[in-house]
Design a protein around this ligand. Structure first.
Ligand SMILES: [Zn+2]
Length: 409
């Protein structure tokens, strides 16, 4: 039946996730959003909404049963994904929507482009489980986001090598050509150096910085990382990578081969359907230096931070150059709004307030934390807010024309 379906995502309790500190302390973001009890100390790291085979969301069917979304799509892609996607030969949900809440840094990583993904998957399927690329977008929620993203401008890096003698000594052979050649060689030196040499650099640097009573933001970041990951060369990332602080509503798009790490914050994350991660540090997992160094995007400079495109009063659209997804933040009013599917599937999540959705012969009410699957076969629906504060996330394939309009009540 063409209507909106309730969707239940899976929570991932990775160790770096937000947690309740003590019995009286506030709930972590994801537990609070879903209205579930968060035992003290249990991390709530990610909420997944999509059809990922390891954690497909469950669709509530009218007879009360729940079925995994990946299986429903496999049985009737035309209905669930919609003709705009199946017409292009797409047979699986092209994106995964997440809420991510990190209290501690995640690993430094990059995701391969399609061509590299095909090669890595062929050579090492254990570490590279699929042949797809994985562009992603991060949109900061209320608490903002601190993250590394891309290589810093050359002049800034050189200034730090000058300011901090242990760095200057370690990279002395790279300094003369650094301005011209860019960060590739120096970064390779860092990743390939023996652990003894790296250990010496880390301890000399921390000694100087701990004695300094006015450390810069990136020095403080280095010291924080070193506490969390003693001995890990990834702790030197603040001296190579841009340290971003996104405010609520700001986003960064992470294209192929961009080195990045989320340090702390709460975000909406949307990505293409892939698990391909090539790690550089701040992790106990497999670090694949050789492939990482060969594939990285070594362009320097601050990455563009976008507050999305405002399209009319209640719609903000976030997207990058990936066709698999765009994310919309929709604010609802008391007046009914008509939303169009453009013949492609959407996943929606109510961030705040309460929404009323309706179509021919059906009506659904969605409170905070409720998630919804909008089958691509359902061309449009009507939505209105039951209170002032409705804010809704909608993830869907990247669309060209604007697709929200107001119809008088
Ligand atoms: Zn990533």
């Amino acid at each position: 039946m063409k209507r909106l379906y309730g969707l239940r995502g899976e929570v991932k309790h990775y160790a770096w996730g937000g947690r309740r500190r003590s019995a009286g302390a506030p709930s972590p973001f994801i537990a609070d959003l879903l209205g579930v009890e968060a035992p003290v100390g249990r991390p709530f790291a990610e909420l997944w909404l999509g059809a990922h085979p390891q954690a497909p969301s469950l669709v509530s069917l009218p007879d009360g049963r729940e079925k995994p979304l990946d299986r429903l799509i496999a049985a009737d892609a035309q209905f669930w994904l919609g003709p705009a996607l199946t017409g292009q030969g797409i047979a699986a949900l092209p994106f995964l929507l997440k809420i991510l809440d990190s209290e501690k840094p995640l690993s430094i990583q990059a995701h391969p482009d399609r061509e590299t993904a095909i090669r890595l998957h062929r050579q090492d399927p254990e570490h590279y489980p699929d042949a797809n690329h994985k562009p992603e977008i991060a949109i900061a929620l209320d608490s903002g986001l601190r993250a590394f993203c891309g290589f810093r401008p050359v002049a800034e890096v050189l200034a730090d090598w000058h300011r901090l003698p242990p760095l200057g000594r370690f990279f002395k052979d790279d300094a003369p050509t650094f301005a011209k050649a860019g960060p590739a060689r120096a970064f390779a030196r860092l990743l390939q150096a023996g652990s003894e040499a790296v250990g010496k650099l880390l301890s000399e640097l921390s000694e100087i910085l701990l004695a300094n009573d006015r450390p810069e933001a990136r020095d403080r970041c280095f010291l924080e990382l070193l506490q969390e990951y003693p001995g890990d060369r990834g702790c030197l990332s603040p001296y190579f990578l841009n340290l971003l602080s996104l405010e609520a509503g700001e986003s960064v798009f992470l294209g192929a081969n961009r080195l990045h790490a989320y340090l702390q914050g709460t975000i909406i994350e949307c990505m293409a359907n892939s698990d391909n991660v090539v790690r550089a540090g701040l992790t106990g997992k497999f670090v694949d230096c050789e492939n990482l160094l060969a594939m990285l995007d070594y362009r320097t400079g601050t990455p563009p931070v976008s507050a999305g495109e405002q399209r009319g009063a209640g719609l903000r659209v976030y997207r990058g150059d990936a066709s698999e997804f765009q994310v919309e933040l929709i604010e609802g009013g008391a007046q009914e709004t008509v939303l169009n599917s453009d013949n492609a599937v959407s996943i929606m999540l109510v961030l705040s307030g309460c929404a009323e959705f309706a179509g021919d012969g059906w009506r659904q009410v969605g409170g905070r934390g409720s998630a919804w699957l909008w089958p691509g076969a359902l061309p449009e629906l009507r939505m209105r807010s039951r209170d002032q504060s409705l804010c809704l996330i909608r993830a869907r394939p990247r669309m060209r024309p604007p697709s929200v309009g107001n119809r008088p009540g």
